[in-house]
Design a protein around this ligand. Structure first.
Ligand SMILES: Cc1cc2nc3c(=O)[nH]c(=O)nc-3n(C[C@H](O)[C@H](O)[C@H](O)COP(=O)(O)OP(=O)(O)OC[C@H]3O[C@@H](n4cnc5c(N)ncnc54)[C@H](O)[C@@H]3O)c2cc1C
Length: 524
């Protein structure tokens, strides 16, 4: 007889990195019973801060920066948790070393190098620790890796290392998609397109290594150096150096320029090579630092085989990864799945937010009343919230495009990105409604609930376009781009056409999902 695994929680979140912790925090705040399953013995994932043994200052060996202008989730969460941040130290000259046999060249970087970046006071792990502390005791199981998932129809069974299986109503995989694809067995197997989407999504920074040298004081500042340096010759050990100091202590951080295989080859001598390059940049004083080094390519729970084998690339996940699967019982998270801020801590929070909305929104209508009309009303309320966010998302996209120097078709691209984010979040909400989609509602390729659900978007394209144009007309940043500052009739027609095409695609997809869910229920 098959072993009966007790139902442990409303949701099990796999991966106690920033995404998993933020999601657990949101869900428990709303009364859900969740459990986090973490392969490592520590929480935080790619967020890793070590205290220096000599100066005591926190050294970030994973992420250190966030950008408040374009990263609203980070700003809001730090604020909610009462965490402080400090500006990245940029004032002073940067050094450029392009020839290993010459002195570095000093260049003034009046506008700064890090585009308004800030660092979390106490190190980035202050954020993951604060989230962890806010969870009920016993919420996190560490040192146990997920190895398989089995869909049981009304719940999901989790097979894991080092302990008996768990069972939950829903499972969220808050880990890099490629690790999911390489390490986790699915029963039934994932369909081919989903498997490929997981495989095609690179893990941000997974094959990188970061070093931080810690000193009693930031001595380079006295000589007018910012601490920023760029080493652009073939023997570079650190390709990019920056100031990571905290309080009165000094620290210089850097990304290692050698690839994973070279790092493995030079493993023992690497700290010495780093010291000697820092000394070439900042003089003999830079040789006295205490070096902390983290090679992420050696980290089994971050770097997949594919990430080690391929050149680094920015993750742009297939929208399939943002949808619920197995009738809304299986979800994919992790920063790589985000539409905004993918790869960054912001993306991890955006992914957590998307999944939290999908898991929480339908609960009232579905589980309490089981009534489709109430769930349609719930969907409409959730869409109102998404509609209200869209103008801000448009403005964020504009800032992102402008700061990335992408000046072509600014308005179109920013609008389509905002619309795409809204539609994919609406579809994620819909997937979670699957339980009340009865077979009686489907007929002739069109689902009876489609018109009622789409009604929530009535007038939205026009309202969003009006809001965008009002913003463009008053934006100083856009005054250098007359086409976007005040678009002419031809451009407006093109934008309207693009928005209409995106809407059609969304409407078809929404209907297809309802019909698919109804068919699956009929078959069951
Ligand atoms: C060197 C470096 C520098 C970076 N710099 C920045 C920066 O300055 N600013 C910025 O915003 N971002 C930066 N990033 C990216 C940032 O770290 C990530 O975006 C963020 O931490 C990702 O969080 P996550 O929760 O999505 O994934 P992860 O942190 O990877 O969390 C996934 C978790 O899942 C666990 N896990 C994996 N497999 C299993 C399994 N089978 N079973 C159970 N648990 C499992 C892992 O142990 C991990 O804890 C940097 C990253 C690195 C490595």
């Amino acid at each position: 007889m098959a072993e009966v695994v007790p139902l442990v929680r409303d949701a099990v979140i796999v991966g106690a990195g920033l995404c998993g912790l933020a999601l657990a925090h949101r869900l428990t705040e709303r009364g859900q019973r969740v459990c986090l399953l973490e392969a490592r013995e520590r929480i935080g994932g790619r967020v890793l801060t070590q205290d220096c043994a000599t100066t005591g200052q926190p050294l970030d060996l994973g992420p250190s920066w966030f950008w408040p202008e374009t990263e609203p989730h980070m700003v809001a969460l730090l604020d909610a948790l009462g965490l402080e941040s400090v500006a990245q130290h940029d004032p002073g000259d940067a050094l450029w070393l392009v020839d290993p046999n010459r002195q570095p060249e000093r260049r003034s970087e009046a506008a700064g190098v890090h585009a308004g970046a800030r660092r979390i006071a106490g190190g980035s792990a202050a954020l993951t620790e604060a989230l962890f502390k806010a969870l009920p005791e016993g919420s996190v199981i560490t040192g146990s890796a997920l190895i398989g998932l089995r869909d049981r129809g009304d719940s999901v069974e989790l097979l894991r290392s080092g302990g008996p299986s768990l069972r939950a109503r829903r499972v969220v995989l808050a880990l890099p998609p490629r690790l999911v694809q390489e390490r986790i067995a699915f029963d039934p197997p994932l369909h081919a397109a989903l498997d490929q989407a997981l495989k095609d999504t690179p893990t941000w920074m997974a094959a990188q290594a970061k070093a931080v040298a810690s000193f009693a004081a930031p001595f380079w500042r006295g000589a007018g150096h910012s601490g920023n340096a760029f080493v652009r010759h073939p023997q570079a050990v650190l390709g990019e150096v920056f100031d990571q100091s905290s309080g009165t202590s000094g620290a210089l951080g850097g990304f290692v320029a050698l690839d994973a295989a070279q790092r493995e080859h030079f493993r023992v001598g690497l700290p010495l090579l780093i010291e000697s390059q820092l000394a070439q940049l900042y003089g003999i004083e830079a040789q006295s630092g205490q070096i902390a080094l983290q090679d992420w390519a050696q980290e089994r729970w971050t770097c997949s085989e594919a990430d080690r084998a391929e050149p680094p690339a920015w993750p742009q996940a297939d929208p399939l990864l943002r949808r619920g699967h197995w009738g809304g019982r299986l979800w994919f998270g992790g920063t790589e799945t985000a539409t905004h801020g993918a790869g960054h801590m912001e993306g991890a929070l955006a992914a957590a937010e998307r999944i939290a909305r999908a898991l929480l929104a339908p609960v009232s209508a579905v589980s309490q009343t089981g009534d489709p009309a109430a769930a349609v009303a719930d969907f409409a309320t959730a869409v109102q919230r998404l509609r209200a966010l869209a103008g801000g998302r448009y403005r964020q996209q504009l800032v992102r495009l402008l700061s990335a120097q992408q000046h072509e078709q600014l308005t179109q691209r920013a609008l389509l990105a905002a619309v795409d984010q809204t539609y994919s979040e609406a579809l994620a909400l819909l997937d979670a409604f699957a339980p009340w989609v009865g077979p009686e509602h489907a007929g002739q390729g069109r689902h009876a609930l489609t018109p009622a659900l789409l009604k929530a978007f009535d007038g939205w394209n026009k309202a969003l376009l009006d809001e965008a144009l009002a913003h463009n007309g008053s934006s100083c940043a856009l005054s250098n781009f007359p086409q976007d500052h005040r678009p002419d009739a031809e451009l407006l027609r093109a934008i309207t056409r693009d928005l209409a095409a995106a809407w059609r695609e969304f409407a078809l997809e929404l209907n297809a999902r309802l019909v698919g869910a109804a068919a699956a229920q009929e078959a069951a």
